[in-house]
Design a protein around this ligand. Structure first.
Ligand SMILES: *[C@@H]1O[C@H](CO)[C@@H](O)[C@H](O)[C@H]1NC(C)=O
Ligand SMILES: *[C@@H]1O[C@H](CO)[C@@H](O)[C@H](O)[C@H]1NC(C)=O
Ligand SMILES: *[C@@H]1O[C@H](CO)[C@@H](O)[C@H](O)[C@H]1NC(C)=O
Ligand SMILES: *[C@@H]1O[C@H](CO)[C@@H](O)[C@H](O)[C@H]1NC(C)=O
Ligand SMILES: *[C@@H]1O[C@H](CO)[C@@H](O)[C@H](O)[C@H]1NC(C)=O
Ligand SMILES: *[C@@H]1O[C@H](CO)[C@@H](O)[C@H](O)[C@H]1NC(C)=O
Length: 491
């Protein structure tokens, strides 16, 4: 198949950054070349328009195809698993010759789980809905994650995620705000009834991979977690809307898990669990696997999570969590703003955490740290594996309608240290708790915080209002830039 990119390269034109005029001329030429003289004007005029567009991505592709080229039917009832998988299997041959992009046109595309390939872009039109099958047989079983030792819902295997990729490099899932609908209600019911033999699937999981972009999509009603990059590096998650009923079980938004160099930006999340949950494996399995999550930036996140946290660190943190920078966060009607969850037996660490410019309204707790979260993979955890929680910085925040400022509960023989809270104003709700700061087994400082913090975080005086650190250097992932890509497919 001759593609638009091939035509461009034949004509010796390399992708210009602002390609509109040149591309329009080329497109016209392409249309004229491929329209047989017998074709009437009506057909030739309507044909090519939807098959050319521009979008932004960290990498562009040479080869383009549409799901309909592989027998896809977007009627909401035809199963498209084979169409997706044969399209991607076919396109994997272009990995080393410029990569490929698969277009999902307007329509409702029912599918089971399918696997991605390297140097590949999946692009969803704004009126495209990928509908997850509700039939368990459309979800192959895969092994539990080695750093968890078992599935989270059940022992043994787990269902492969709807969109799954493993051992990949350079993979992009994006669109013009198209939708991926997990149709999770059947899974939520099974979870509540205890009817699950295996762990529920996620919407998107990318494992053992590098150079990943997930952007400009709407994810709704995931069976469980929405976006799960694991054992991966160099990840950009941008412009994602995630919606799930606030009472749906474990519908976490974005869960970077044993990942390095990740940037999560401009996301809007309403869900039944944490909006962003940073993880790195569970108890003895996570300790043995030993892969931390580090170099994580979270920016411009808006979150509604009435039963959980805006940003959670843990509870599975046995491989360690370090160097997390979160800023410009809006929290509405959520249980807590930042929550550190751990337990004896987890081992690992949560250190060098920096959060600034968070605006919170209607919260149960602004800050929450728990050292007795419990929830073990099995009874073989090491009771001497104590987590290290150190250098936690929160600054420049305002909150209103808060029931309790902070509940900070460390571990008696492993206190949480180096906690710094400065320039934080918390306005209380009409019926606040009597004790606003309940601190046990923690140590640190504060400055310019209302209501007045506990004795374990002594006030350093108003002149120290800027005392808590926030790193001013960027992360390596901040050097990754978007470019303008084109999709063009001749008919
Ligand atoms: C997708 O990848 C998983 C894990 O490698 C594998 O078990 C499964 O068979 C793959 N599915 C297809 C359709 O290739
Ligand atoms: C994927 O990568 C992991 C970690 O490097 C490795 O253990 C595994 O064998 C790889 N799987 C495949 C199918 O290449
Ligand atoms: C994407 O679609 C969702 C759901 O319809 C909507 O709430 C959101 O505002 C849209 N985002 C953009 C950037 O258009
Ligand atoms: C304050 O929070 C309570 C719940 O604690 C909620 O019912 C109420 O609507 C909130 N008020 C405002 C003004 O947001
Ligand atoms: C305190 O935080 C607010 C944002 O809540 C910010 O506008 C202000 O500049 C900060 N003050 C100092 C001294 O850093
Ligand atoms: C403070 O927290 C401890 C647990 O760390 C709990 O046992 C105690 O009841 C709490 N006190 C109040 C007044 O909430």
């Amino acid at each position: 198949m001759l593609t638009y990119q091939h035509l461009k390269s034949k004509l010796g034109i390399c992708s210009p950054r602002k390609p509109q005029v040149m591309d329009t001329l080329l497109l016209l030429l392409l249309v004229l070349m491929f329209v047989p003289p017998s074709l009437n004007m009506v057909e030739s005029r309507k044909a090519p328009i939807s098959d050319y567009f521009e979008y932004s991505a960290v990498n562009c592709r040479a080869y383009s195809a549409s799901l309909t080229d592989f027998g896809g039917v977007g009627d909401g009832t035809t199963l498209n698993t084979k169409a997706f998988q044969s399209a991607i299997d076919h396109m994997s041959q272009f990995s080393s010759t410029g990569g490929s992009q698969l277009f999902v046109p307007p329509g409702r595309w029912l599918t089971g789980s399918f696997n991605l390939t390297s140097h590949f872009t999946l692009f969803l039109h704004q009126d495209a809905v990928i509908l997850a099958s509700q039939d368990e047989s459309d979800w192959p079983l895969i092994d539990p994650l080695p750093s968890y030792g078992r599935g989270r819902d059940a022992q043994g295997g787990r269902y492969s995620s709807l969109i799954f990729g493993t051992n990949l490099t350079d993979v992009i899932i994006t669109g013009d705000n198209g939708t991926i609908d997990g149709q999770g209600d059947v899974w939520w019911k099974k979870f509540h009834k205890g009817d699950l033999s295996y762990t529920r699937p996620y919407l998107i999981e990318i494992m053992y991979s590098e150079n990943v972009q997930i952007s400009h999509l709407t994810l709704v009603n995931s069976p469980s977690w929405n976006v799960h990059p694991v054992y991966s590096s160099n990840i950009v998650v941008q412009g994602i809307t995630i919606l799930a009923p606030v009472n749906s079980p474990n519908t976490d938004g974005i869960n970077p898990d044993s990942c390095t160099n990740t940037r999560i930006e401009d996301c809007y999340i309403v869900s039944g669990d944490d909006c962003v949950a940073v993880k790195s494996g569970w108890d003895e399995y996570g300790i043995a696997y030993g892969m931390p999550t580090k170099q994580l930036a979270i920016r411009r996140l808006t979150c509604i999570s009435p039963t959980s946290a805006v940003i959670a660190l843990g509870s599975e943190m046995s491989g360690g969590i370090e160097d997390v920078r979160a800023e410009d966060i809006v929290a509405i009607n959520s249980e807590s703003g930042v929550r550190i969850k751990t337990a004896v037996g987890r081992g690992g660490y949560v250190k060098d955490i920096y959060v600034r410019r968070m605006t919170m309204s209607t919260m149960r707790w602004a800050f929450w740290m728990t050292g007795n979260y419990g929830s073990h993979a099995d009874n073989n955890y090491d009771p001497n594996a104590l987590p290290l929680i150190q250098n936690i910085n929160y600054r420049d925040m305002v909150a209103q309608n808060v029931t309790m400022a902070a509940r900070l509960e460390g571990i008696s023989n492993a206190p949480f240290t180096g906690i710094c809270i400065s320039n934080v104003t918390i306005q209380l709700s009409k019926k606040p708790y009597k004790v606003q700061w309940n601190c046990t087994n923690v140590a640190g400082i504060s400055s310019g915080v209302t209501p007045e913090p506990c004795m374990l975080l002594p006030d350093q005086g108003p002149e120290k209002i800027g005392v808590c650190t926030f790193p001013e250097d960027g992360l390596p992932i901040d050097d990754v830039k978007f470019q303008t890509c084109t999709y063009a497919r001749h008919l």
